[in-house]
Design a protein around this ligand. Structure first.
Ligand SMILES: [Fe+2]
Length: 411
């Protein structure tokens, strides 16, 4: 029996179908989505300067969405950035620009000890139809600011009489402490900042790097003062630990490297894990015995080089010191076995370490060391000035109070 209600429902269904067909055929539905639908590309974290040398540095930053990017560089000569077209530097992954959220642009051809202004640009990928069409959105410089020159960084300089730097270590994601310790990095005219390991307790996501310290570093100093970083034992852990080298690239492409600034030649070593690689906490993933063996072979070549031998001052960064407060663990024992014989014969002036979360000053000979070792706690920064006569070290707490003052004289 056909009721009025059934007729009504059938008519409603027919009208709905006609409307849907009409709408899908409408030219309006083929229009591109409004650009307002796409997030504007912006700097999510950074920029920061990595792997600085006398003639090069790498600009690293993170964007909120996948982008292509470039960096424009101008000398710090008082001219307007727009006086001429500035050279553009691109990231290349084997001959192709990457679409990525972490940007890593090497700037080459710079001069020693010179300041350079730079701007970072990002352009979001808004449509990817493979071979058919690939569309990038509007380019943004820095953070939506086209005219203000925000960033300026300097190359290293082997001819300057002193090299000035500050160290933090064992921050373990204590961002508020990190901010207090690093708030005066720029004011104190440091030539670089050194992250001496265990900045996080593990790297489960790169967002932990941002939240743990890099967002603060970006706000306080990293666009202006180069950073050098090494892994502590804790940076070996976590499912995003593999990303460490993209976030903190080095001149060697390895987690160990050297650099020269002022009279000092710096060697940055990777301590590896503290426990045996077979420990249950590493889930069978750790190969740091192998890493330390490889590194020792590389270290022999470093200390045999003219660049190393000719430097007036020689300083080593190593998160785990060759010394322990309460019984040596496997990592420390391997450092003593593999690195110390090479370093003890190389005329090293100073080793700077962390890991123990307490202050120690080890005189030459105190623990089989042929050079002094200073261990910075987890609650302080270490300010250093190296000149041809030696190194002055000040261990400073979060209130700016100098707790320890060490003068290491060249022998
Ligand atoms: Fe550690």
């Amino acid at each position: 029996m056909i009721t009025k209600r059934t007729v009504y429902l059938k008519l409603l269904l027919i009208f709905s179908l006609l409307f849907t067909v009409a709408q899908s055929a409408s030219p309006l539905s083929q229009e591109p989505v409004s650009s307002n639908s796409f997030p504007q590309p912006r700097i999510a974290c950074g920029p920061w300067i990595q792997a600085a040398s006398e003639t090069e540095f790498t600009v690293v930053w993170e964007t909120n969405v996948p982008c292509i990017s470039w960096v424009e560089v101008a000398p710090d000569d008082g001219t307007h950035f727009y006086v001429t077209e500035r050279p553009k530097h691109y990231e290349s992954w084997h001959g192709r620009r990457p679409v990525t959220t972490l940007h890593n642009v090497r700037i080459k051809g710079l001069e020693p000890g010179k300041a350079y202004r730079y701007r970072v640009f990002q352009q979001a990928l808004v449509l990817d139809e493979g071979n058919k069409r690939m569309v990038f959105g509007e380019a943004f410089g820095n953070n939506f600011n086209f005219t203000k020159i925000e960033f300026k960084a300097s190359t290293l300089d082997s001819s300057r009489p002193e090299s000035r730097f500050t160290i933090v270590n064992d921050i373990h994601a204590n961002d508020s402490l990190f901010r207090k310790l690093t708030k005066d990095v720029v004011k104190n005219k440091n030539n670089f900042v050194f992250f001496n390991g265990d900045m996080l307790s593990q790297i489960e996501s790169t967002q932990q790097i941002v939240d743990g310290y890099m967002q603060s570093a970006s706000e306080l100093f990293s666009p202006f003062t180069p950073i050098f970083a090494i892994r502590g034992n804790h940076e070996h852990r976590g499912s995003a630990s593999y990303d460490f080298m993209r976030w903190f690239p080095t001149s060697t492409g390895k987690t160990y490297y050297t650099f020269r600034d002022g009279p000092a030649f710096y060697i940055a070593l990777d301590c590896g894990e503290d426990k045996p690689d077979s420990d249950i906490r590493y889930y069978g993933l750790s190969l740091t015995d192998q890493l330390r063996e490889e590194q020792a072979e590389w270290l022999k070549q470093v200390v045999a080089s003219d660049e190393f031998k000719s430097a007036p001052v020689k300083i080593v960064f190593l998160h785990i010191p060759p010394f322990s407060k309460g019984g040596v663990w496997h990592g420390t024992s391997e450092i003593i076995r593999l690195f110390m014989p090479i370093l003890n014969d190389a005329g090293i002036d100073l080793m700077l370490s962390g890991h123990l979360h307490s202050h120690h000053f080890l005189e030459k000979g105190a623990a089989g060391n042929n050079f002094p070792i200073v261990i910075n706690p987890n609650s302080t920064r270490l300010d250093a000035i190296a000149d041809k006569n030696g190194i002055n070290l000040k261990i400073v707490n979060a209130d700016g109070k100098v707790l320890h003052d060490h003068q290491i004289n060249k022998q």
